[in-house]
Write a protein that binds this ligand. Structure first.
Ligand code: UVW
Length: 332
């Protein structure tokens, strides 16, 4: 069912954290991650197993459904054949500019190197949304003006601002795929509600506490790996889950789908766009992780019955960026 603007305003007033950690705060709910919390998370490492939650960054990524986001373009700028090939075939300017360098590096020397370059949207695959990613009514989180994000980047709430928090904390996986008895992924049509999150936590015998990072398995990435279809809709969190995250003092939330929240506007709020993004990033200051690969972690948790772990997920420090790639790991 679609929510109304008045439902949205009520939720926004309830979850808004502006001023809670000071007028100049740019960490938002990451403030819930205290030194004690980091110690608690490190104490969850028992088996010494490391599980990657990062998807591949490649031309075969999930982008393409929206024209403003492309898959990564990755090219080699130096490879072992350059010295001989460029000297033999390259035009004069290239020989002067590059081949001479390469020849100098490589001539009579078997110790060589390769270099490369990548062009891509920072949102191409596994990523964090920075708090500067979305806004409404000209305000970002904590009341910073929306026009502080300029063509030179975000002067407030850029992704590099969260560096002091790692990001690392206790991670908790909530496995919606297993709970719903799905084979691979949660099909579109039924958003994940706060009650369902509570049911899953109870079933998994795990509690969500202050400073935790909640990781929601919908199976979308596993499905994408099978089909290669990055445009397929799936299920996501109902926008009202923002209040659930707020009351539990969750530090951040991540999922394996393209927007964490349910993609169907019919399950959103009339007259808004990405209502859960707005409540989480703009009102609460709570970061969203998208396109995480949660299949292997879900399998591991199902096997040992342990759904909590040390999560280590530092975003790439791209100064002024409104989001950044990440290769998260869960350590158990
Ligand atoms: C948008 O689609 C605007 O954002 P996200 O990639 O965070 O879902």
């Amino acid at each position: 069912m679609t929510g109304t603007m008045s439902d949205f305003r009520k939720a926004a007033d309830e979850v808004r954290n502006w001023g809670r950690w000071g007028d100049d705060d740019e960490l938002g709910t990451l403030n819930f991650i205290t030194p004690d919390k980091v110690r608690e998370a490190a104490g969850l490492v028992k088996k010494g197993s490391v599980i990657s939650l990062g998807g591949d960054f490649s031309a075969g990524g999930p982008q393409g459904a929206f024209k403003f986001r492309q898959n990564p373009v990755h090219v080699m700028t130096v490879d072992g054949g350059d010295a001989s090939t460029l000297v033999e075939y390259g035009p004069q300017w290239l020989r002067n500019a590059v081949a001479a360098d390469m020849s100098a590096f490589f001539a009579d020397n078997p110790f060589r190197f390769n270099d490369d370059l990548i062009v891509m949207p920072l949102q191409a695959a596994t990523q964090w949304d920075a708090m500067s990613h979305v806004y409404y009514e000209d305000k970002l989180y904590n009341g910073f003006p929306a026009d502080s994000v300029t063509s030179f980047g975000a002067f407030h709430l850029g992704i590099e601002k969260v560096d002091s928090k790692g990001i690392t904390s206790r991670g908790v996986l909530l496995d919606v795929v297993a709970h719903r008895g799905e084979d691979t992924f949660c099909r579109p049509g039924t958003p994940i509600t706060a009650d369902e999150l509570d049911e899953i936590a109870a079933k998994q015998n795990v509690e969500i506490g202050s400073g935790d990072i909640v990781v929601v398995h919908t199976g979308w990435w596993t499905r994408f790996l099978e089909t290669g279809d990055g445009g397929e809709a799936g299920s996501g969190l109902h926008w009202t889950c923002a209040s659930w995250l707020h009351h539990r003092e969750v530090a951040a939330v991540a999922s394996d789908n393209l927007m964490v929240e349910d993609p169907d506007p019919g399950n959103g709020v009339e007259g808004t766009f990405l209502p859960m993004h707005m409540l989480c990033l703009r009102d609460m200051g709570l970061m969203l992780g998208e396109y995480w690969d949660l299949g292997p972690l879900a399998a591991d948790c199902a096997a040992d019955g342990v759904y909590e772990f040390q999560l280590v997920a530092p975003p790439l420090k791209v100064v002024g960026a409104v989001g950044a790639p990440v290769s998260p790991i869960a350590i158990k």
